[in-house]
Write a protein of this length. Sequence first.
Length: 92
Amino acid sequence: MSSLQNKLDRLEAFFERENALHDEILRGRPTWWHVGKIVLGVAFVGRSVALALKASGFGGYALSVLMFAGGAYLAYEGIAMLRERRRIAKVS
């Protein structure tokens, strides 16, 4: 049992390191990068709505849901990073 727990602990530590690295890379990106992600995310959401309205089968609806989820994630991540930068700028 402890062997399984050790493996799970190592896996958790690996994911924490990878998440910290990813967050550091995102913080290093310029502001225009995050604004571009927001614009692209909104475009994906708009396109997914248009696709859902014209969809004639299950595939069109599935694609529109995937595009909506991806666009929402891009917009959310861009907004979250800009908010964090603003919060850090106010503290400094």
